[in-house]
Structure formats: structure tokens, C-alpha cells
Design a protein around this ligand. Structure first.
Ligand code: PXP
Length: 247
């Protein structure tokens, strides 16, 4: 069954709007676990626009599930990850001026920088995933880096308009199959919401979906519990439908 990693960055975004104490990302993480999250995903950005170092320091030991720590491949972040020791690390590209992570990591171009980071973190027992586009060359480079996992960037699918949606789903499906055939754990995420998640959750070999913005946005109206449970239900239903024997 596909696991749901609930990304709580934007709980911290709301708190940072006033630089105060609420809403508390730790409370969001613990409640998310109660409501069905299989992992808690956090991204400490270099500009600290949402999650702060002290947030991840508090959240990591309190979790019953696991922490998936997203970060850029820069020494400052690798050190923080080494201090926190999350179970999973997802290496992502980062540009300060971007609104969100706008594309996948270029593992081909950055191979000599990324591979030592992968080896360094995995030698300490963390499972490293590379956030990449659904591209065969990038997947091959991820395999060669020694990373145990990839996360396929679903942003192109999420933003696709009518004619291109099926093509984008197909790209993600083929990339997933190829990744799994190469021995990788394949996760996916970015831009997934209550309307578009089912087609991705129906791809059988995907291990985990990481979803943040839409869950936090919908929690404003339906509450944190319902926002997480509804998303989880959509994922489970889509998966079960693909497992049904065809008549
Ligand atoms: N996965 C990765 C690697 C990300 O960087 C993000 C955004 O921080 C997400 C998943 C979640 O994306 P969204 O907030 O659009 O659901």
C-alpha cells in the first residue's frame, strides 16, 4: 500500500507570518500521525522561510512514524541532517527566489557533488532519496550515485492541461517501472491535491506520496483531521481499485 508522507512546511509558513508560536508544527506532526500519516515530511530551506532548525530538533524524537527531511545539497544542510538523523533524507534542488521546488535535481550534471552526499548520509544509516523529474537519464544517474530511493517530481503532471495529462501520467508510470526495475524505492510528490492524486496513487509500484500544500490549505476549511483522512482515503481507494482482479 502506498504510504502518505504529510509535508507540514506550510503549517510553519502560517506561524512565520507572525513569527510567533502558532500553529505549532510539532503538534501538526503528532496529530498527522494520529490521523493516518505514514511519515512526516519537512523541508528546511536555506532562507528558513518556514521550518526552523529548532522545529526539526523537536519533531524528530517525538515521531512514532519516521521523518523525511528534504534539503538542498549544501554543507550547512548536510550538517543539520547529520545532527537530526532522520530516517529518510530527500535531496532537492533549491533556488532562493523560487516560490517552491520548481524542478527536479539534476543528478546527471551534479553527479560529483551529489554522490558524496548520498554516500555520506547513507553510511550513517539514513535512506537517501533524490527528487528528480521522470527522466531515464536522471534515474540512471540516481542508481549510479548509490541512492536507495528517488522521488519523482509530479509538478508537470499537476500543472498539465487536458491534452497532456495522460501523457504526464504515462511518463510517471514508465519512470516508476524503470526505477523499480533498477532496484530503487520510488516515491512521488509535488502539486498533488484532492482532485489529481488518484491517478498517481493508482500507479502500483509507487511506495510513498509526499503531499503538503493542498492538505494544509484544505485543513483551513475542513480541519486537520479530515484533510489528512480524506487524502489517505483517496490514496487507498485508488490503490485498491488497481489491485482488483480484471473480469
Ligand atoms: N516532495 C518534495 C521533494 C517537495 O519539495 C515538496 C514541496 O516541499 C513536496 C513533495 C510537497 O509538495 P506540495 O506542497 O506541492 O504537496
Amino acid at each position: 500500500m502506498i504510504e502518505l508522507g504529510v509535508n507540514i512546511d506550510h503549517v510553519a509558513t502560517i506561524r512565520q507570518a507572525r513569527r510567533g508560536h502558532e500553529p505549532d508544527p510539532l503538534q501538526a506532526a503528532l496529530l498527522a500521525e494520529q490521523f493516518g500519516a505514514d511519515a512526516i515530511t519537512v523541508h528546511v530551506r536555506e532562507d528558513r522561510r518556514h521550518m526552523q532548525d529548532d522545529d526539526v530538533r523537536k519533531i524528530r524524537p517525538a515521531l512514532m512514524t519516521r521523518m523525511n527531511f528534504e534539503c538542498a545539497v549544501v554543507e550547512e544542510m548536510l550538517r543539520l541532517v547529520e545532527e537530526i538523523q532522520p530516517q529518510d533524507v530527500c535531496l532537492v534542488p533549491e533556488r532562493r527566489e523560487e516560490v517552491t521546488t520548481e524542478g527536479g535535481l539534476d543528478v546527471v550534471g551534479g553527479f560529483h557533488l551529489i554522490t558524496p552526499a548520498v554516500q555520506r548520509l547513507q553510511s550513517q544509516g539514513m535512506r537517501v532519496s533524490l527528487f528528480i523529474d521522470a527522466d531515464k537519464d536522471q534515474i540512471n544517474a540516481a542508481v549510479n550515485s548509490g541512492a536507495k530511493a528517488i522521488e519523482i517530481h509530479t509538478g508537470r503532471y499537476a500543472h498539465a492541461t487536458d491534452g497532456n495529462v495522460e501523457r504526464e501520467i504515462d511518463r510517471i508510470r514508465r519512470a516508476t517501472e524503470f526505477g523499480v526495475s533498477q532496484g530503487l524505492r520510488v516515491n512521488a510528490g509535488h502539486g498533488l491535491n484532492y482532485q489529481n492524486v488518484s491517478a498517481i496513487a493508482a500507479i502500483q509500484d509507487i511506495s510513498e506520496l509526499n503531499i503538503g500544500h493542498s492538505i494544509v490549505a484544505n485543513a483551513v476549511f475542513m480541519g486537520w483531521e479530515k484533510a489528512i483522512k480524506t487524502m489517505k482515503e483517496l490514496i487507498v481507494t485508488a490503490q485498491l481499485q488497481t489491485l482488483r482482479p480484471r473480469g
